[in-house]
Design a binder for this molecule. Sequence first.
Ligand code: ATP
Length: 514
Amino acid sequence: MANQDDNQFKKIISHAKEYGFVFPSSEIYDGLAAAYDYGQNGAELKNNIKEYWWKAMVQMHEEIVGIDASIFMHPATWKASGHVDAFNDPMIDNKDSKKRYRADVLIEDHIAKIEAKIDKEVTKAAKRFGDDFDKEQFVATNPRVLKYTGQIDDINARMKAALDGENLNQLKALIEELGIADPVSGSKNWTDVRQFNLMFSTELGSLADGANKIYLRPETAQGIFVNFLNVQKTGRMKIPFGIAQIGKAFRNEIIARQFIFRMREFEQMEMQFFVKPGEELKWYEYWKEKRIKWHKALGISEENYRFHDHLNLAHYANAAADIEFNFPMGFKELEGIHSRTDFDLKAHEEHSGKKLQFFDPHENKSYVPYVIETSIGLDRMFLAVLSASYVEETLADGSERTVLKLPVQLAPVKVAVLPLLKKDGLPEKAREIIDELKFDFTCQYDEKDAIGKRYRRQDAIGTPNCITVDHQTLEDNAVTIRYRDTAEQERIAIADLRNKVSDLVSVNNLLRKI
Ligand code: ATP
């Protein structure tokens, strides 16, 4: 089974490349790990997902507005959010077990084992000397205990020197010298130690000016929190209200793999909903339901989705769930819905010294609102849609095809217009049709190869409607429209095309279902 799924995943990845959806980044230089470029069809699909999300969240909700904050933020932001202090660890991998550990924790565990030996000596001696036992004296004089404490002091001093000096080689040397083994496998086959903070940093300004270290944002949410008051005041927003944002985020993921599922540069679509304290769990349930409806409206088979409620909550959350999707590698997180309490706004109040509160006219008092967050990775959504749409099938006429049965509203090209022949005025007629439709839909013109081959090309990129212009078109101003999923065809007047296609592919159809 795993192999079959692996195979399917490989096919999807190579299809995405072959048909201009996703390319490895800077491929002519052999690519860059965990970075990808969206090609001509990928960019359209991605934009359509964004449009669907933005409209569902912002346009359809009077009480939600959207912003576009900068990627660079004041460094204090990441102090307040906890990102500077968390995730800043020296990590080491065991090559055999493939497990990753904090190097200092491994050493501390080793020290704990020596301490246990001391305890053993003390217990033994206490038994032997009975009431006369003087623990302090024993520990200060017993040669064996002294040997152990000496070892501990030495290890601690060396670890401290290595950590303070950020000397990771010394840290590794210490692990090797102490003979520390992987607690799981017992293997001593270690990689080098690497310092790890998930944030990418860079310098703001020139070094000569005393440059400041700043970070590429690891999540878009903080851009929303720091603008809470700006938006609330200028938009005259009343609680409950939301702020939405689509934008890039960057994480120096330790293990970045599985195609666009886990990248170092990715895009998030996040919405923070500010509510009255005490009402957060009601809104949490509300957004869980809204968000799953957004997914299901796309018509992708419902068994591909499931909720995973978090039992171990992050320190700032009082409820959290993931919407998981059945990706080619199994069920994994696609979106998170989190009840973040007032953690972020309070932290920013503390670090900035500015009040981030809402004055509630009904209660005649100010408070720091609680927050419900919905956070979805655009690239993961792209992968979900792409992988659920990839189908290899045999048609009724016996021909085989690979088709992307994308939700039609998201398809990169909505209409392909195909003159049956490259002559007799058919190309001109086809161009005329495109010139009319292109104001509403992404269109593609294709006159090369036999019509069957052209259909296959459109199937492969998920085009829902192929319009064929033939000799009769010149007489009756009607065309043949062929539908992607059924491969059925019907004759339709050119004058009716716009409405027909619009009925089929309009995002409104999705929005009405939510
Ligand atoms: P994971 O546990 O998979 O690393 P996370 O819990 O750290 O994800 P969040 O911080 O909740 O993720 O981010 C919200 C969303 O952003 C995730 O649900 C996911 O869709 C997306 N996301 C997070 N990290 C990445 C990444 N490295 N590449 C692509 N998308 C990501």
